[in-house]
Design a protein around this ligand. Sequence first.
Ligand SMILES: Cc1cc2nc3c(=O)[nH]c(=O)nc-3n(C[C@H](O)[C@H](O)[C@H](O)COP(=O)(O)OP(=O)(O)OC[C@H]3O[C@@H](n4cnc5c(N)ncnc54)[C@H](O)[C@@H]3O)c2cc1C
Length: 396
Amino acid sequence: MDKDYQAIVVGAGPAGLAAGLAFAHLGLRAAVVGPVSDPNDGRTAALFEGSIELLRRIGAWDNLKDHSEPLKAIRLIDATGGLLRAPEVTFWAHEIGLDAFGYNVPTGGLTVALESVAAGRLSRLQSAGVERIDIEATSARVVTREGVVLTAPLIAGADGRNSLARQAAHIETQRWAYPQAAVVATFSHSRDHQGISTELHRRCGPLTVVPMPGRASSLVWVDTPEEAARLAALSDDAFNSALKAHVGGLLGTMRDFSPRRVFPLSGQTATVLGRNRVGLIGESGHIIPPIGAQGLNLSLRDGATLAELAADAAAAGKDPGAGDVLAAYEAQRRRDVSARVWTIDLMNRSLLSEYLPVHLARGAGIVALKAIGPLRHLVMREGISPSFATPRLMHP
Ligand SMILES: Cc1cc2nc3c(=O)[nH]c(=O)nc-3n(C[C@H](O)[C@H](O)[C@H](O)COP(=O)(O)OP(=O)(O)OC[C@H]3O[C@@H](n4cnc5c(N)ncnc54)[C@H](O)[C@@H]3O)c2cc1C
């Protein structure tokens, strides 16, 4: 294996693998270093149009399409139980000229598809992990736990929330916790979901069911940590009854529940997304609660943007990891990242708030979205892809 690269991606989750393939697609000599992610990660990710376009470009979509379900509509239901209930609102993809907003993709299948393309297109070093990153004047050295040494002028830190790459670049973070956890499972049901993803807004957090192929859906049920632990420990029958109280009317008889997993909710942002030869991708740069399906979409935009900036620099004979490339990365990504982190934070906290005016303001926002077509269309377009920050690799 050649050990001298133009870019090394640390971390082989979906965001890291996709970034590595974006580097390779744009002609850079790239390596991805890290352990193989769990192919049986029972989660799914709703990936919007631009993310699907990126997967097409880097060659991973053909193996995924048949296991993914088009998202034709997103329905919001106010289940807060307040006196002034906001009206139900459904956003249809066809309103903005699309067949679907994107697809609901199995996270494990996504990793398998990306790994299989990566095997032929870049250096994929399966390792227990990177142990040390030394940042030097003109390049960075990555040392794996197995003692393999790799060098490159640019490191893409896709190594998750406790990122070693971020620490090596001396980048600080702001971190906070929410009094919530998400219970995640998949299940089948008797009624057709019609390609509609449904988000029930409850006082302790949203409960979302997202369509999967056939008569099946994935569930992200946000509740208090205590209630999430209780729900996860229930028998399938008891869990079925608990879920039926919320979505039975929409999906009919439910069965075939996958093992349930619980994810505590937290938030985090890095103070800067690129510095000292390191660009942060995915959760190393930002953690968002699983509300509104934004996290991985944002992470894929990170990787594609960093790859484009590095490839442009290399094509001009410049250093792809130079300070000005990373400053441009920070400038191009910051608005998108901040907008998503703080909008999701606001949406989540508005549900948790005890104050009536906050609930009234949230309800008024939903009424406006239902009533004002151009506003609804703008929110739909910006929700799936920000007009100011969509990398070229994601343009149809
Ligand atoms: C319940 C839930 C539902 C979600 N649903 C959606 C959705 O519908 N749509 C959406 O867009 N997003 C969704 N997300 C968010 C999405 O899953 C995350 O944004 C995404 O997984 C983050 O990817 P990542 O690659 O940054 O982090 P990770 O998936 O954590 O990957 C980090 C990788 O780095 C590796 N690593 C760590 N340390 C090292 C080291 N020292 N050396 C080498 N490798 C290392 C790890 O092994 C891992 O493979 C959801 C999240 C949750 C929790």
